[in-house]
Design a protein around this ligand. Structure first.
Ligand code: UDX
Length: 484
């Protein structure tokens, strides 16, 4: 009987025990869930062992070019330290990495020395837009001269490789066209642009001297006009000005007669070039730019066409010392880096290689065929008719042309003309990273979409985006902060 009672009691206890355990477990799960919902989700990064992971400093990493470079380094699994005074750069450009264990944002002005242990330095810090760098020429000179000195000093101490972001402006208003690296340039040393072009020229001279006399491993990139998402709306350069003006119905401001030329490269091409240069062993200057040259007037028309804007074009007085033509010779980059901006055909080949098998595998029923054919990259494939020729050897080309036309129409009219955009649900953080585009039109489409979102955001009173150049008081005190 005793045994029986014992059993009964045990039976009574068992479910209760089980329930308690279950409750405990639920509690733990609940907590996990709460933590998970608070936790920030980051774009995916490659995993690297610490032996294989580099510590990389990017000065100016919160800026337009810097932040795209940071994206690539982070995605590649490296540790990235951004040093930026967030003067013309913005926290928002790297917001999607803040809190990531591989990422650190340090607010610091490189005019003052800095001490940290790093293996590679991309030295991009400097205002780059003419109205910005002219707004305080002394500050611009100090950033490029003292700032570069500080960075080279740091590189020397910690034996880091350092890449200097120089500029096509070292060629001044060129008398040689297009410009090879061997051209010494035509710069006015006392003109309004001298703070920037002479600033960059002294930075190059510092870099070369540190290389020759101190053995610092240097790289020098002469960057030509670059555009893309994350340029600031009030940046003042031609791309951001024209696109913002076109989108808000303002007249496009062409300085002078608009016959001056520039060659525009999309930012992802530049990032490819910077990474290739760092990984090379070439220590002399290398041009990085897209040799496709256009007049400013042509560019205004392209922007009007792209945006479908009814804006007019007005002419403003020409800018003093404005270079009249600019186009890079990129033979050196091709030769020593194996780099050139990606032309459409190369991208198509790449897409073809990567996608053709996957696409064929997926086409099993009507729904899956539709899902696939509405993808923009698939449409690129379709135009060649390669896939359909494989499926239906005789009608292949007709089918491909038909599908291409219909799907392009649906994508543009019904779905979204700019498909790979920032995710608005905050789940797919990968989409915050901008991808390379296949032509100036597509690059511009990405840029236009970005500015559309910026314009909407700027109307939202909850947007606290802080931009020093827009506040007179901050601007003034900022300029005086390191007065000599
Ligand atoms: O609203 C505008 C802005 C600019 N422009 C013109 O468009 C051309 C391009 O001007 P941007 O201000 O975009 O750039 P710039 O080519 O003068 O300088 C650039 O050169 C290379 C980079 O290294 C530098 O960061 C950047 O200063 C100039 O001829 C300028 O006069 C306009 O016609 N209208």
């Amino acid at each position: 009987e005793e045994v029986l009672i014992g059993k009964a009691e045990l039976e009574e206890l068992r479910p209760q025990n089980g329930l308690e355990k279950l409750e405990d477990k639920l509690g733990v799960l609940e907590n996990d869930l709460r933590l998970a919902s608070c936790a920030k989700s980051f774009p995916r990064v490659k995993f690297r062992m610490y032996t294989d992971r580099k510590r990389v400093l990017v000065t100016g990493g919160a800026g337009f070019v810097g932040s795209h470079l940071v994206d690539r380094l982070m995605q590649d699994g490296h540790e990235v330290i951004v040093v930026d005074n967030v003067y013309t750069g913005r926290r928002r450009n790297v917001q999607h990495w803040i809190g990531h264990e591989n990422f650190q944002l340090v607010t610091h002005d490189i005019v003052n020395p800095l001490y940290m242990e790093v293996e590679e330095i991309y030295h991009l810090a400097s205002p780059a837009s003419p109205p910005h760098y002219m707004s305080n020429p002394i500050k611009t000179l100090k950033t490029n001269a003292l700032g570069t000195l500080n960075i080279l000093g740091l590189a020397k101490r910690v034996k880091a490789k350092v890449l200097l972001a120089s500029t096509s402006e070292v060629y001044g208003d060129p008398e040689v066209h297009p410009q090879p690296e061997t051209y010494w340039g035509n710069v006015n040393p006392v003109g309004p642009r001298s703070c920037y072009d002479e600033g960059k020229r002294i930075a190059e001279a510092f870099a070369r001297s540190y290389h020759e006399y101190e053995g610092v491993d240097v790289r020098i990139a002469r960057i030509f006009n670059t555009y893309g998402p994350r340029m600031h709306m009030n940046d003042g350069r031609v791309v951001s000005n024209f696109v913002t003006q076109a989108l808000s119905g303002q007249p496009l401001t062409v300085y002078g007669d608009g016959t001056q030329t520039r060659s525009f490269q999309y930012v992802s091409d530049l990032v490819d070039g910077l990474l290739a240069l760092m990984n090379s062993s070439y220590t002399m200057p290398v041009n990085l730019g897209n040799p496709e040259e256009r007049t400013v007037m042509d560019f205004a028309r392209i922007v009007l066409g792209m945006t479908g804007s009814k804006s007019t074009i007005v002419h403003k007085p020409s800018v003093e010392d404005d270079p009249q033509k600019r186009r890079p010779v990129i033979e050196l980059a091709k030769q020593v880096l194996g780099w050139k901006p990606k032309p459409p055909v190369e991208q198509v080949e790449e897409l073809t290689r990567r996608n053709i098998e996957r696409i064929l595998r997926r086409m099993t029923d009507v729904k899956s065929i539709l899902t696939v054919v509405l993808r923009p990259d698939f449409q690129v494939l379709m135009s060649g008719g390669m896939v359909w020729e494989k499926v239906f050897p005789f009608f292949g080309n007709f089918i491909s042309v038909f599908i291409f036309l219909v799907s392009t129409f649906i994508r543009i009219k019904v779905i979204n003309p700019y498909p790979s955009k920032i995710a608005d649900n905050g789940v797919d953080r990968d989409k915050e990273l901008y991808r390379g585009r296949v032509s100036i039109e597509e690059g511009l489409a990405e840029t236009v979409q970005f500015f559309k979102e910026e314009l909407d955001r700027s109307k939202d009173p909850r947007d606290h985006a802080y931009y020093p150049l827009e506040s007179e008081q901050v601007k003034d005190s900022f300029h005086r902060a390191d007065e000599l």
